[in-house]
Design a protein around this ligand. Structure first.
Ligand SMILES: [Zn+2]
Ligand SMILES: [Zn+2]
Length: 322
């Protein structure tokens, strides 16, 4: 697949180079013609002035305009040539890639031709028995070396997918080691019998064993986990609880249900916009307003007066938080 992608990319580059090649070709042709026309004109002029033809050619080429045209022609020519070179390089790369791709295809055919016999090990699977063909396709009874499941597989499936789709028995999930795949399922998830580092046996499903934040033990480390969490909470309080208030609550933008602005709500009784602000356990009422804008303005003003000095004072603590 990667080879195909690469081939595709180079093909695109080639198409672009070909377009450029055409444009450069046109430029080169024009520069060449310009130069020739200028040279001819100069020669005619010199001849009319009575200059001998043998010298006239050299003199004509030496005049500024003609020399400039010649220079332009040379530049266009080299650009044109470099385009040609790029195209050749791309073509060569494409040829090499195509050969590699063909080789890959051949390898695949070779594998398909390969005879599989009883006792062979292909990836996770051991061939137990060759079964009767179905739709002229080879079929085998195989056992998975990982989860010990016995199943029937087609030859082309065996060759393409040599890894068992189940959780690994040769790997540990946290403190747990899988010892058996049970027939039970939880919401479609296979349930595995596991042994914990502490020696206890427990049952976990695929999600519990693979999800990032799940508890990967029999539960024996739940206690230490809880202690850790309490410790973390204490630390967080020490760091963020200043002057009887949580710094985070000053900067959070979580709003009320009735308006999108924090600290502004619509009073049910009056249907007016009320603004308020909390600090250090106290609630300050800022007034009732007819418009959301006016209420928002009042709230902002209160924030500037009450919150800003504290936020400013502890801005280092808050830096990592938001
Ligand atoms: Zn398996
Ligand atoms: Zn345990």
């Amino acid at each position: 697949m990667d080879l195909l992608n690469e081939l595709w990319k180079i093909n695109e580059l080639l198409t672009k180079a070909l377009e450029q090649y055409k444009a450069r070709g046109r430029e080169y042709a024009k520069a060449y013609r310009d130069y020739r026309v200028l040279l001819a004109q100069e020669l005619l002029k010199l001849k009319a002035d009575g200059m001998p033809v043998t010298i006239a050619y050299d003199i004509a080429r030496g005049t500024e305009e003609v020399a400039k045209a010649k220079e332009q022609e040379t530049i266009s020519e080299s650009l044109y040539n470099s385009c040609q070179e790029a195209i050749n390089t791309y073509k060569l790369q494409i040829k090499i890639l195509q050969e590699q791709i063909n080789k890959g295809v051949c390898k695949w055919r070779l594998v398909m031709k390969k005879n599989i016999s009883v006792g062979d090990i292909i990836g996770d699977y051991v061939i137990l028995e060759e079964l009767e063909r179905k739709n002229s396709q080879h079929r085998y009874k195989v056992m998975c070396n990982n989860c010990k499941e016995i199943s029937t597989k087609y030859k082309h499936h065996l060759i393409r997918n040599t890894k068992c789709p189940h959780l690994r028995f040769d790997k540990k999930y946290g403190k747990l080691q899988i010892v058996e795949k049970t027939q039970k399922r939880y919401k479609g998830n296979v349930i595995y019998k596991c042994v914990c580092d502490c020696g206890k046996v427990c049952y976990k499903n695929t999600d519990e064993l693979t999800q990032k934040y799940s508890l990967k033990s029999c539960g024996c480390d739940r206690q230490s986990n809880l202690e850790n969490n309490t410790e973390r909470l204490k630390e967080s309080i020490k760091k963020y609880y200043k002057e009887n208030t949580f710094l985070c609550s000053l900067t959070s933008r979580t709003s009320e249900h009735t308006t999108p602005v924090k600290g502004v709500y619509i009073e049910a009784r009056t249907q007016k916009y009320c603004a308020h602000i909390h600090l250090k356990g106290k609630k300050y009422f800022l007034g009732r307003f007819n418009t959301l804008e006016a209420a928002t303005k009042a709230r902002k003003l209160a924030e500037d007066i009450l919150f800003e000095p504290i936020i400013e004072k502890y801005k280092n603590e808050l830096k990592g938080k938001h």
